[in-house]
Design a protein around this ligand. Structure first.
Ligand code: PLP
Length: 287
């Protein structure tokens, strides 16, 4: 695996923006995004959409940032700092989703502009705690997903967005077609949560061709933040000019290694960890 190139000290690196929620436990959300972006050599800008009250056992509440403040964070960063790619994660409410969709169109993020947009349609934590009001699903489907370069739902989010229960390859393909019909340039159905299989197979669909990627499943309960890490790594690769299939292949391997390096934390699910990058050479070999 070739890692993304690091910028020499003192030179300005590629920039990416995450629009998402914080995790006070430091495992998922903006904390996971920032860790992966930094270790991919990318300067991470953040637009905070919600503050979650969370540890490794669960999410006990969240505070929503006013939609106009979320949009203002995006506007102010893009106009000054310049952004190579953007990712959305937890957006909590209809008002925030609509404000983010509007500002993305205004500043050229997403399919209508120059800046690739990865939409990770975060709906709930792995413990089942809601991170999105149920009424906001329509806003996600109608306003934000149609702008996306790529969407990266897990299987629960696929079911919420399309009504399709993915249990095998034919249902995964059916779901990819249904997701693509919502308007993103690419739809990805992540098989990582289909725990009946010894391998983890993901499906990419651009409305024309299916691309399939398979990797051995890493058995660990410490997978908190895995979805964020995958979408963040993809965002970094897109910011470096990779195509969507190339970016996904990079992100899948990044996430596989981060799952392998995950650690115990607290009494619940520990986080995936991209810290392996600190002792790895640019070709991906341990040093
Ligand atoms: N908290 C925040 C702020 C998140 O963005 C996410 C996922 O995107 C989660 C929690 C849930 O992460 P997990 O499903 O890995 O527990």
């Amino acid at each position: 695996m070739n890692l993304l190139p690091l910028t020499p000290d003192g030179q300005t690196p590629v920039r990416a923006l995450t629009i998402a929620g914080t995790d006070s436990g430091g495992g998922a959300g903006i904390q996971a995004d920032s860790r992966t972006m930094a270790l991919c050599g990318v300067h991470a800008c953040v637009a905070v959409a919600a503050v979650t009250v969370q540890n490794t056992v669960g999410v006990s509440g969240f505070h929503e940032i006013p939609p106009e403040i979320v949009a203002a964070q995006v506007r102010t960063v893009v106009s000054d700092i310049g952004i190579g790619a953007t990712k959305t994660g937890m957006l909590a409410s209809t008002g925030i989703i609509e404000a983010v969709a509007a500002v993305c169109q205004e500043v050229g993020i997403g399919q209508a502009g120059e800046i690739p947009l990865v939409v990770d349609p975060v709906a709930a934590s792995m413990h089942g705690d809601p991170l999105l009001h149920a009424s906001a699903l329509d806003a996600l489907r109608d306003t934000l997903i149609p702008l996306a370069t790529v969407i990266t739902p897990n299987l629960d989010e696929v079911r919420l967005l399309t009504g399709i229960e993915v249990v095998d390859d034919p249902t995964a393909r059916k779901a990819a077609v249904a997701l693509h019909a919502l308007g993103p340039r690419w739809a990805i159905v992540k098989g990582g949560h289909l725990r009946t299989s010894a391998v983890s197979t993901d499906l990419l669909f651009d409305g024309d061709t299916f691309h399939e990627l398979t990797a051995p499943r890493i058995a660990t309960g410490n997978d908190h933040g895995g979805g964020d890490t995958l979408a963040a790594a993809m965002t970094c690769a897109l910011a470096h000019g990779y195509s969507v299939p190339e970016a996904f292949a990079f992100a899948k391997e990044w996430t596989r290694r981060s799952l392998a390096a995950s650690y115990d934390l607290g009494a619940g699910h520990g986080p995936v960890s991209p810290l392996w990058r600190l002792h790895t050479d640019p070709q991906g070999n341990e040093i």
